[in-house]
Write a protein that binds this ligand. Sequence first.
Ligand SMILES: [Zn+2]
Length: 285
Amino acid sequence: MPELPEVEIISQGLDKSLKGKSFSKIQILDKNRFIGNPNILLNKKIKKVYRRAKLVIFEFEKDIYLLAHLKMTGQFIYIDGKKKIAGGHISPELVEKVPNKHTRIIFFINKDQILYFNDLIRYSWLKIVNKKEIDNILKKEFGVEPLSEEFNIEVLKEIIKKSKNSNIKRVLTDQKKIAGIGNIYSDEILYNAGINPQRKAQSLTAQEIKRLFNSIKKVLLFAIEKEGSSIKNYVNSEGKRGTMQDYLKIYGKDGEKCKKCGSIIKKIKLNGRGTHFCPNCQPIK
Ligand SMILES: [Zn+2]
C-alpha cells in the first residue's frame, strides 16, 4: 500500500495536471468503488488535488470534495493527448493500456484528456463529500500530519503518553494517532532512530522521543525527495518507479548486514506485520 510519501507524489502529479480543469462526463464501471452521485462533480472546476494521510483529495469549487483511498492496488492514470501520467499500483497491464478490465471509473475532461481509475483487487474507494463531511472524516479518522508544523516533540510525547501498552511500531502506524506512516516507513524511522520496534512506547526516554521525532521528519522528507518507494505496487505520477527503494536501509533487508554495525538484520512478525530491525543498533533493553 502506498504510504505518505507515495500518496504525496501522486497527489502532486495530479494537481499539476488537473488544476483548473473540470469533468464533462464520469463513467462508473464498478459501483462499489464510488460513493455519491457523480453528476455533482460535472463542470465544477478542480481547485486543487492534495494529500491528507493516505488519501488523495480533489477539491472542487463550491466546497465539494472527492476523496480517494487507493488501498492496495488502486491507480490513477491520466492521459493528455500522447502524454500519460500514472500513480499507484504498478503492473504492466495496468499501466500500458487503458481502459482495461481493471478500469473502474473514467473521468472525461474532453476527448483528449481523460483520467482513469483502475483497481485490481478492489479494496479502494472514492467518495464525494461536502466541507462538513470532509472535516469530520479527517478529524475522526486521522491523527496529526507528521510533516506539518502542528507536529512537534510535545505532540509526540503526548501521543506516546496516551499509548497504554502499545509497542512503538503500533503507535507509529496507528492512523488515528499519526497519519500516513505504514509498515515500510515505520521500520525505516525506528532504524534511523535506533529504537527497537518491540519497545513499549511508554518506555521511551525523553532523548529517544526526540530522536524518534527527528527520524520521522527526516525519513519521510527524504522519501518524498526520492519520489517514494516502489517495493511492490507503486509507480509515481510520471509512470516511473520511485527511487526510494534503493535507499531503504532496513525494510526487506533481513539476513543482510546492517550498514551501521555489520550485524545481521532480523525480521520478526509484530502486530501481524513483517518487521525489520538491527538487534545491535536497536537493542530491546
Ligand atoms: Zn546495526
